[in-house]
Design a protein around this ligand. Structure first.
Ligand code: SF4
Length: 557
């Protein structure tokens, strides 16, 4: 629209101050010092209001990554809530729990730490800043700028637009940040990463579609004696139907602080699949009640998890571009852990940046070294061993457990290698197809919220600290409302009302069409989990970045 934009030049632009982006910045500075090179200009940007505001994870961390990056991380007071002291796995039925007689080796957490990822990334940011690198929190990237296949930087979000997109008196146009190399570590299903895949299709030409879970989590303060610091409990079974994928966890962050969460596969046939409701039902199980009842829920959060592992990873580089962390699928689906892999990706990206600086060449010819480093790393070895894990659950829970055992016995291959999957939204059945397959309409099992132990979505969103200026264009862009208000109502029953864990989508009576409903959005509730962008069956919802500094404000998550 002919807006004059400020152009800023930098050498290295890192988008996302999570474990991968911060590890990358830290390692670049360290290698520059070690090799006495000229310090390049490095700009690290993050859309959260502070570093860690959007960081959310289970989170049990394998320390392998941080130990490689900062070997004296303990002396440097890394915030580790507790070392894992005991672990157990349960199969849950609605009212009972059966403890596994042993822990599957893949879930062994001996030597791992329970952390709060948002505290941990805050600490990582301090280490980066101690190296003289500035981190710009509250700065959100809107568009990835690609010229002739070469990534040349990012345009940041315009600030001060009204709901219709017209400039208000405080309008500030987004800047263009030009960089020799742009490193996208913006988390799961990042909007710039998605643009990279669209603008440079070769990045994904050999990868299978990614498969996601939506993880919903609450942090509770509980009476003493309910849990021990470092106690780790994993569960399968209730409340997930056996044909869907889902896992739960309860971690003792301290003797009085509990992280409890549930992650739900988005490749479900059920158009009423609702991760928030499933988590609330999960808490009604006696195993959870014994720990949480009488306690107080302090924090809530939700995010998606890239869960198909190795075969869904993109090529990790293009001209002027590297991809790291969750943006590139660095997550071990078998262990449901990604922090250590994200840090390793940041380290390898940094080493490749140094190659580029030395050769003064940031084309794919040099940046391809990142892929080579990955191919020869422990990260690749780990991801390769778990390459078929999620795909093994295609036939349901019990088939999945069988395949998981076969995969352990065969170094990850199992009975089938590289099972072709579809995008998550392609697994959702229309109401008619659902009836044909199951013999009835979808029956969404619910709990009654008392807002003391079980919470509705709005109460939970409040506990996520989410804030957005309501006077701005919606960052949930619906390309065709007619599909939502008519075709989707008829064919799927508007699944957006169910799959969003933050009550952003609601069907309300349409005053212009008596007896009919229309979609109403409340984007200010959005916790930036990206579920809607992933699983909307018509793909008419596009999540774009709102103004910088908005979204959840996670603490202790
Ligand atoms: Fe997640 Fe989309 Fe809901 Fe935001 S609107 S919370 S991204 S599902």
């Amino acid at each position: 629209m002919g807006i004059e934009r400020e152009i800023l030049d930098t050498d290295i632009l890192i988008v996302g101050a999570g474990p991968a982006g911060l590890a990358c910045a830290y390692k670049i500075a360290e290698l520059i010092e070690k090799e006495s090179l000229n310090m390049p200009e490095i700009l690290v940007m993050d859309k959260g209001s502070y570093v860690g505001a959007h960081a959310l994870s289970g989170a049990v961390m394998d320390p392998k990554g941080i130990a490689e990056l900062i070997p004296d991380y303990k002396e440097k007071q890394a915030p580790l809530e507790s070392e894992v002291t005991s672990e157990a796995m349960y199969f849950l039925k609605e009212k009972s729990a059966v403890k596994f007689p042993f822990m599957p080796s893949s879930l062994n957490n001996h030597g791992n730490y329970i952390i709060s990822l948002n505290k941990f990334t805050g600490w990582m940011a301090e280490q980066v800043e101690s190296k003289g690198i500035d981190i710009y929190a509250g700065l959100a990237g809107y568009e990835l700028i690609v010229e002739n296949g070469n990534v040349i930087g990012v345009q940041t979000v315009d600030m001060g637009l009204d709901k219709e997109g017209k400039p208000k008196s405080n309008f500030e146009p987004g800047s263009i940040i030009k960089a020799k190399i742009t490193i996208l570590c913006e988390g799961v299903h990042g909007s710039l990463t998605r643009q990279a895949f669209e603008k440079i299709p070769s990045l994904r030409e050999k990868s299978l579609p990614q498969v996601y879970l939506t993880g919903v989590k609450e942090v509770w303060e509980v009476p003493e004696g309910r849990i021990k610091a470092g106690q780790v409990i994993h569960t399968i079974g209730f409340p997930q139907p056996s044909y869907e994928y889902g896992v739960g966890w309860i971690y003792g962050m301290s003797d009085k602080m509990v992280s409890a969460g549930y992650a739900v596969g988005l490749n479900s046939p059920d158009p009423t699949n609702d991760s928030h409701m499933k988590f609330q039902r999960y808490k009604t199980h006696p195993l959870l009640k014994k720990i949480l009842s009488g306690g107080k829920m302090l924090h809530y959060g939700a995010k998606t998890i890239p869960d198909n592992g190795y075969y869904s990873m993109p090529r990790l580089y293009a001209d002027g571009l590297l991809l790291g962390g969750d943006s590139a699928g660095f997550l071990n689906p078998q262990k449901l852990k990604g922090v250590h892999l994200a840090i390793k990706s940041g380290i390898m990206a940094a080493e490749t940046v140094i190659d580029g600086l030395k050769a003064n060449d940031f084309s794919g010819t040099v940046l391809g070294n990142y892929q080579k480093r990955f191919d020869n790393s422990w990260a690749k070895e780990e991801l390769y061993k778990s390459r078929n894990f999620h795909a093994g659950f295609k036939g349901g829970l019990f088939a999945g457990l069988f395949h998981a055992a076969m995969q352990i016995a065969t170094g990850g291959r199992g009975l089938f290698d590289r099972r072709i999957n579809k995008n998550d939204y392609e697994y959702m059945l229309t109401l008619e197809n659902y009836r044909q397959r199951f013999g009835h309409d979808p029956v969404k099992k619910t709990v009654k919220f008392d807002n003391e132990y079980t919470f509705d979505k709005l109460t939970d969103v409040y506990k996520s600290g989410t804030m957005h200026d309501e006077e701005q264009p919606s960052h949930l862009q619906i390309t065709d409302f007619d599909i939502c208000n008519n075709r989707c109502t008829e064919e799927y029953g508007n699944p957006c009302q169910h799959f969003c864990p933050a009550h952003v989508y609601e069907m309300v009576d349409d005053p212009d069409r008596p007896g009919k409903q229309k979609l109403q959005l409340t984007p200010s509730n959005c916790v930036h989990c990206k579920t809607c962008d992933i699983v909307d069956p018509y793909q008419v919802i596009r999540w774009v970045t709102p103004q910088g500094g908005e979204g959840p404000n996670y603490t202790n998550m």
